[in-house]
Every structure is written in C-alpha cells, then in structure tokens.
Design a protein around this ligand. Structure first.
Ligand SMILES: O=C[C@H](O)[C@H](O)[C@H](O)COP(=O)(O)O
Length: 226
C-alpha cells in the first residue's frame, strides 16, 4: 500500500538502514513500502555472498523476502541482531505503527531485536503524535474494546478492507480499530492503558523501542540516534 513521501525518499531511508547490517546477522524485516526497499537491498547483499537471515513480520514481508532470496528464520530459533521497520508517525523517538495492520508481529520482532532502526520520510515526522493508533482486537472483543477506547478519550473506527466487503482481517485473523486520540500528550501512559484492555492483542504505539531514525529526504538521509 502506498503511504507517505516519495519513493526516492523511502528508498534512501530503507537502504541507509541496511548499511548497519553485517555478515552473519539475523535481521527483523518490518512491513510496508519503506521497509520493502531495505528488504530488496538485503536480497542484493545476499546475491553478493553475504550470510544474512531474516525474521519476517507479516505475509507481505515474508513473500518479498522469499522473492529476493533472503533465508528466513523465526523468533523460535533466533534473536534478531537488528530490526528495520517503518512507521506511520514519529515524534521524540516514539512511533505510531500499524498502517498495514502488521504492528502486532512487528512489535514482537522489534522488541526482541538488539537494535531497532526506523525508516521514514519527512511526512512521518511530527512534533507530537496525533495519528490514529491502530489497535488489533480479537473479533469477539470489537465492541467492548471500542467502548474502552472511547472511555480513554479516543474515537475508534473499525478499519474497512479495500477491494473486499467488510473489515480488514489481520494476518492473525483479528480486526483493527483505528483510534483517534487527537494529540497524544503522554504516549507511554496511553500505551500502558491500551495494553490493559481485555481483547486488545496489540496497539501501534511503540514507546522506547527505537534506537535510530533514518529519515530519507531529497538531500540525503538524516540519521538520528536515540
Ligand atoms: O503495519 C504496518 C507497519 O507498521 C508499517 O511499517 C507502517 O505502516 C509504515 O509503512 P510505510 O513505510 O508503507 O508507510
């Protein structure tokens, strides 16, 4: 799905993060249009003889990794040395993710990795987080979670599928509520509160996980260490 800035900005960011990959590493493969550039570059490094394994975070990243020849492993068998992942919004090192409904597995892999490199374009950077937060919910919990989100001050909308009638169904067989909280003053507190709601599998607030932000611009890549 196409979101955010230009393809060239995304390519610059995705490929910049791959410069941190060295021989023998296990790499977490995020999901989305920006990470796709990183996955393709990892494939080229493997073609050149590098020994890298990937842990995919979605059907999309698994298929692309297979296409470009990245050997795959899993969290059962390996710990990622680093993960490369995109974001829908970044402010002060905190991320909102889940625009592709992949945030649950992304969070598992990103949190397990020794380092998380986030790849974005300038449209994703903000002074404060105000993007809707994707919340993956068990189908039976759709209404009760929506009520809890409303009690927390959010406006939950069931994510509708495109080119299919009805809702988006995640790779895990669940639904997604896009929850608009306006400007999020305290992301860590909201993250904790959402995690406590029964029926919430995972939400798209990634607090304290990112180690570097690689922002692709028309004039090169800005790397911010956190
Ligand atoms: O669920 C999807 C992910 O969290 C993506 O990493 C995020 O939506 C950014 O995707 P893109 O690079 O396509 O904007």
């Amino acid at each position: 799905m196409k979101r955010g800035g230009s393809d060239e900005q995304k390519r610059a960011a995705g490929e910049s993060a791959v410069d941190a990959v060295s021989n023998g590493m296990v790499v977490g493969l995020g999901t989305g249009s920006t990470t796709a550039y990183a996955i393709r570059k990892l494939g080229r490094l493997i073609d050149d003889g590098m020994d890298i394994e990937g842990i995919p975070t979605s059907y999309q990243s698994r298929q692309l990794a297979r296409e470009v020849g990245i050997p795959l492993t899993s969290l059962e068998d390996a710990t990622p040395d680093l993960a490369i992942d995109g974001a829908d919004q970044v402010a002060d090192g905190t991320l909102i993710k889940g625009g592709g409904a992949a945030h649950t597995r992304e969070k598992l892999v990103d949190a397990a990795a020794d380092r998380l490199l986030v790849v974005v374009d300038p449209t994703k950077e903000a002074d404060a987080l105000d993007h809707p937060v994707a919340v993956e919910v068990l189908p039976d919990a759709r209404r009760t979670v929506a009520e809890a989100v409303t009690d927390l001050g959010g406006d939950p909308q069931l994510r509708a599928a495109e080119r299919k009638d009805g809702p988006v169904v995640t790779d895990n067989g669940n639904l997604v509520l896009d929850c608009d909280f306006g400007t999020i003053e305290d992301p860590a507190a909201l993250a904790r509160e959402l995690s406590m709601v029964p029926g919430v599998l995972e939400h798209g607030l990634f607090v304290g996980l990112a180690d570097e932000i690689h922002c692709g611009t028309d004039d090169g890549v800005r790397v911010k260490e956190l």
